[in-house]
Design a protein around this ligand. Structure first.
Ligand code: C2E
Ligand code: CA
Ligand code: CA
Length: 734
């Protein structure tokens, strides 16, 4: 027998036995042999908004369950001819507690029945007599409790799966700081009952234990929050990075998920390295430099109000003429050269160096801030003198030629020094002022260092107006060439002359070549100026011979920038053709630095000049770094002994020894010697005694305008031979 009562609109029942949609109308199967009770129950449940199917025996009850897939079964314990327990057991054979709650109805105080009911698989029980008004509420409550229990079970299962799938080991730490491994990571075997591993103090170093303890406390204080800790801890004798994530799982228990992040750290480290370092040299980049400088400035400014104010220095270093090496020998060789230079500079600041060691034990820092520009920070400076010492050491260490792909290269630096805090209190200011000092070092002849001084700001301005002035001067004829005679000291005959450039600016007045030539080199104006000097020198010399004076050689100075000019020979040949001069009467003077900078190319250029018939002189001999064997490779005819050795003659016996040695050295190379800067008779005699009889200097004649030189030459010819020829009337210069 089956009855059905519906309390409200009845929708279709989609619920299967295992799933009980929350919002649907509950379906209840009631099994009782008392028809009156069935009716009353049915009425009570449908008035409570449920669908009710009733059966008077177990068999039809089971059929109803199969047909209607109810949410709950209400089952009487005592039925005619059968007992409710066995019916309950029967139900349980097909449906679990979760799928289908069975509520058994027993007589009051029937404790034995209650026990039996649970054993048979009942979910709950109700006692008779049933209270009809309360019944729907009880049933709904039981249904909801079952639903909640089901939901909880589902969640627990999900969590268990997640836990099992968690790739990292999980530890628990209780309030006594006892650590237990609760999950060994995805590859470890699972075991619910593990012995504790020990306490934090047993397992970790004191320092680590403190950090872990702190995180545990934080996690317990804020239960839903996750706290992170990164630490290093050795594992299998290897130092590794770990990340611990702490979360409270109960009021007295913290779970710690531990992950090995060694690889991630290495990756991070690599990225940070790339962000802060120059790829070519491995040195710091500009970014790293300015952030370090920033911190350093703040530190120094803070220390000003203390009894021990700190100071520091930055060295701004620019390689002289590096761009030209790059252009002539190629970028890849240029890069290799930069690497060597970088490592040499870094070597100067090696950790064992007492000069630059800091109290904190970290060492000074080198950055590459541009193509051929480097910057060094010297922290904790005891005296500015130390900054100068470091700069000097860099100059010394770069003096040794660098051998690369068969070239012997010397790159000299110009170094500007700015002191913190006196020359600047911000990275910008410091870099700017160190850069200015570096420019000043370049202007005063390169390959040197220079401390910043406030007047440099105006010097920089001066440099720019000089450049503009030179361009104007070239266009408006402000440049002239003067000539200084070279004499045979034995006979006082004129053997030759050196062409020396002069610049008279209408505003700035006469400017020394030592001042404007470096600017001309830097700006490239030297190419035009140099060509001008060749033309003037050849024209003038040619004119002298045309007047009937005995032919002499004219020497023209050639800067390293001109040597690297690929069109240099063309320009010289063009001047020769233009002026009709004899190339055998042309001499070219270069300094040793020219040879170093682009050695292979310099050699071939010099050889081609020789082929043209040009005489080659090595200027300022003794001040360069070339070894004698190295000089031997170059086709020089003349060595010009630098003025400094000649001047040393008048100083002390040591100076004389030096001059003697340099003459001997020059002679051993088998080249002609010319002494420069001879001012006194004593010097001239000393040189003559040592076998150096060609000389140039104020003693014999200053550099002169073409007009004066012409007169000087004629006069000298007159002294030597009172006979004709006489100087022509007209001015050569006009
Ligand atoms: P430098 O080639 O060594 O030229 C010799 C310098 O010594 C000249 O200075 C000359 O005036 C000076 N001098 C000559 N005799 C004496 C003396 O007895 N005592 C002293 N104290 N000095 C003496 P100047 O003309 O001022 O030129 C300086 C430098 O400028 C030259 O040194 C050379 O390196 C450069 N220079 C001059 N003209 C040119 C040029 O046309 N082209 C290039 N590239 N450089 C030039
Ligand atoms: Ca010279
Ligand atoms: Ca010279």
């Amino acid at each position: 027998m089956e009855q059905k009562h519906v309390g409200s609109d009845m929708g279709t029942q989609a619920a299967g036995p295992a799933f009980q949609p929350k919002a649907s109308i509950p379906v209840v199967v009631v099994i009782d042999d008392d028809a009156m009770i069935l009716r009353a129950t049915s009425k009570a449940l449908s008035s409570g908004g449920m669908v009710c199917h009733t059966a008077t025996n177990g068999k039809s009850g089971l059929q109803l369950i199969r047909d209607h897939q109810p949410n709950l079964v209400l089952l009487d314990v005592v039925l005619v001819g059968e007992d409710g327990f066995s019916i309950c057991q029967e139900i349980r054979r097909t449906w679990s507690q979760e799928q289908l709650p069975v509520v058994m109805v027993t007589g009051l105080d029937d404790l034995a029945s209650i026990q039996a009911a649970y054993q048979a698989g009942a979910s709950d029980f109700l006692t008779k007599p049933l209270h009809w008004k309360h019944l729907p509420y009880r049933i709904r409550h039981i249904l909801e409790a079952n639903q909640a229990a089901n939901a909880l079970r589902d969640r627990t299962r999900t969590l268990q799966s997640l836990f099992a799938a968690h790739p990292d080991p999980i530890f628990s730490v209780d309030t006594r700081e006892v650590v237990t491994l609760v999950h060994s990571g995805i590859h470890g075997e699972e075991n619910d009952l593990r012995p504790p591993l020990g306490t934090l103090d047993d397992l970790l170093s004191t320092e680590l234990a403190v950090q872990v303890r702190e995180c545990c406390h934080k996690a317990l204080a804020s239960p839903s929050e996750v706290f992170n800790l990164e630490l290093t801890h050795p594992f299998q004798n290897e130092s590794r990075y770990w990340e611990g994530r702490f979360i409270a799982s109960a009021a007295d228990l913290v779970l710690v998920m531990v992950r090995d992040i060694t690889e991630r750290k290495a990756f991070e480290h690599q990225i940070r390295h790339m962000a802060y370092h120059d790829a070519l040299t491995g040195l710091w980049n500009r970014h790293a430099l300015s952030s370090t400088l920033d911190r350093l400035c703040q530190d120094i400014i803070r220390s000003e109000s203390t009894p021990y104010p700190k100071s520091a220095a930055i060295l701004y270093l620019d390689l002289d003429n590096f761009k030209r090496i790059n252009d002539t020998l190629g970028h890849s060789l240029g890069d290799d050269l930069l690497k060597v230079v970088a490592s040499r500079i870094a070597e100067v600041l090696r950790p064992t160096d007492f000069l630059v060691r800091t109290e904190s034990g970290d060492f000074e820092s080198v950055a590459r801030v541009g193509g051929d520009e480097f910057c060094l920070i010297l922290k904790s400076l005891t005296s500015p003198v130390d900054a100068g010492r470091v700069a000097q050491r860099i100059l010394d260490i770069l003096r040794t030629p660098i051998s690369l792909e068969g070239h012997e290269l010397v790159v000299t630096p110009s170094i500007g020094i700015a002191l913190i805090p006196q020359d600047g209190r911000t990275p910008d200011m410091l870099l700017k002022n160190a850069d200015r000092a570096m420019y000043a070092a370049k202007e005063s002849g390169r390959n040197r260092f220079q401390f910043f001084d406030p007047s440099m700001a105006s010097q920089l301005q001066e440099r720019f107006s000089m450049e503009a002035g030179m361009r104007r001067g070239l266009a408006h004829g402000a440049f002239h060439v003067h000539f200084q005679p070279q004499i045979d000291a034995r006979t006082h005959t004129i053997m030759g002359m050196e062409a020396l450039l002069r610049w008279d600016d209408p505003e700035m007045g006469s400017i020394a070549p030592t001042k404007f030539i470096p600017v001309a080199e830097e700006t490239g104006l030297i190419i035009q100026l140099g060509e001008f000097v060749f033309r003037e020198a050849l024209t003038f010399n040619h004119g002298l011979q045309a007047e009937g004076l005995p032919p002499i050689r004219v020497a023209v100075n050639l800067s390293s920038v001109q040597m690297l000019d690929p069109q240099l020979l063309e320009r010289i040949e063009h001047c020769i053709v233009l002026t009709g001069a004899d190339p055998h009467l042309l001499e070219v003077e270069v300094t040793e630095s020219v040879l170093m900078e682009g050695s292979g190319q310099a050699l071939s250029t010099l050889l081609r000049m020789k082929e043209l018939g040009i005489t080659l002189a090595l200027d300022d001999f003794g001040t360069g770094y070339s070894s004698l064997s190295y000089l031997h490779k170059f086709p020089f005819d003349i060595l010009k002994i630098d003025q400094s050795f000649v001047q040393a003659v008048s100083e002390a016996s040591q100076g004389r020894n030096l001059a003697t040695a340099i003459i001997a050295m020059g002679k051993s190379l088998g080249m002609d010697l010319v002494a420069e800067g001879v001012e006194h008779l004593e010097q001239a005699n000393f040189l003559l005694e040592r076998g150096c009889h060609k000389a140039q200097g104020f003693l014999y004649g200053h550099p002169m305008s073409p007009k004066d030189f012409r007169a000087f030459y004629w006069e000298r010819m007159g002294e030597i031979s009172l006979a004709e020829p006489k100087p022509p009337e007209q001015d050569v210069n006009s």
